[in-house]
Design a protein around this ligand. Structure first.
Ligand code: UT7
Length: 334
């Protein structure tokens, strides 16, 4: 059976930079640059301007990824799109991206909901679809607009300071003879912790889905049990990373580059230390992107390429943890 490889990568960040100082100036938020830097490593993030959609950002990142892969739009035959912040409640954003990229050419679009682990879920599914010959060139997209759903008061400050808007895309296609492709991946979920990191309303379990009272209580904003999520993120990412290393008969010494989901710089420092991988063999972008959920790992790929840390045939280990809880890891040859 043929293997798949990542052929190209692209990213898009909105123009508007929002620094910690800008958040600090929002009196109701009661936060500070010092607190955010010390606890998270974040210095700034990007927010979309009104009218700019998640599908728009995904479009720009896709154009870049297709060009980076040396392909044209005509080569793409499937879309897998991950987002926790679709432009509308339904349909998912995949169809809007299909329209922007292909117009009258009808291309299948699969929307996935795996939050910060979306990239790993999407890439693993894309790999299977390429291996079986079902499709030839798949866009795996992550696009998120957090800025329009944040609580800019003290009530929401723990979550609000973390998130930023962005999109990123990889193109997955057939690997050449001898290329190792995706050596191993692992995907997990544990729904008993769903309400420890979630956005509750509007919800179809409520009649009606949202009320003025729920809005007044802030139940339409994301909520997180921060410390608990932090501990799980470190443990689970390390566990999953070791799982894919074991599955593929490799050790951390074999890994050229580690790309971790960008939720908190402290989480990533702990994880990389537990994996016994030197910090030079990783890239973090959270300092200037914040947490961009589904978009984070391919943004790190772009940055690693820019820094000369990601080269042809390198062995890359990626891991992510997020809402659900969902988490996973992948080991692949670049
Ligand atoms: O991508 C999905 C996965 N997400 C994550 O992995 C995030 C995991 N969690 C975290 O990154 C951290 O738990 C946070 C950054 C969210 C919070 O950091 P922490 O060190 O766990 O702080 P804490 O929640 O224990 O709060 C410590 C103090 C509290 O004040 P008191 O009770 O000690 O007076 C908070 O009210 O910091 C306060 N605080 C803030 N202060 C200023 C919480 N958020 C803020 C804020 N600015 N933004």
């Amino acid at each position: 059976m043929r293997k798949s490889r990542i052929l190209g990568v692209g990213m898009y960040l909105p123009e508007r930079v929002v620094t910690n100082h800008e958040l600090e100036a929002m009196k109701e938020l009661e936060t500070s640059d010092e607190w955010i830097r010390q606890r998270t490593g974040i210095e700034e993030r990007r927010y979309v301007k009104e009218g700019e959609s998640g599908a728009d950002m995904a479009y720009h990142a896709s154009v870049q990824a297709i060009e980076n892969a040396g392909l044209t739009r005509d080569d793409i035959d499937f879309i897998i799109l991950g987002t926790l912040s679709p432009d509308y409640n339904f349909p998912g954003n995949g169809v809007y991206l299909q329209d922007k990229l292909f117009g009258d050419r009808t291309v299948g679009a699969l929307d996935i909901r795996n939050q910060c682990s979306s990239f790993l879920y999407g890439y693993t599914v894309a790999d299977s679809l390429i291996r079986t010959g079902q499709f030839n060139h798949i866009l795996v997209v992550g696009t998120e607009i957090h800025s329009t759903a944040l609580d800019f008061t003290k009530r929401g400050r723990d979550v609000t300071v973390l998130f930023g808007d962005a999109a990123s895309v990889i193109v997955v296609g057939p690997a050449p003879e001898g290329h190792q492709g995706l050596l191993a991946s692992t995907l997990h979920s544990e729904g008993k912790y769903a309400s420890d990191l979630w956005m509750e309303a509007p919800a179809s379990v409520y009649h009606p889905r949202i009320t003025a009272e729920m809005v007044a209580e802030g139940r339409h904003y994301p909520k997180m049990n921060g410390r608990m999520v932090f501990k799980h993120a470190v443990t689970r990412m390390v566990e999953a990373a070791n799982e894919v290393l074991t599955k593929s008969g490799k050790t951390s010494d074999d890994v050229d580059l580690v790309l971790l989901h960008q939720a908190n710089l402290r989480i990533n420092t702990m994880a990389i230390n537990l994996l016994k991988i030197p910090e030079e063999r990783t890239v973090n972008t959270i300092m200037w992107t914040g947490n961009t959920t589904a978009a984070s790992i391919p943004i790190c790929m772009c940055e690693a390429i820019k820094q000369g840390k990601l080269k042809e045939n390198d062995l890359v280990l990626a891991a992510a943890f997020g809402a659900g809880f969902t988490w996973g890891a992948a080991l692949f040859q670049w």
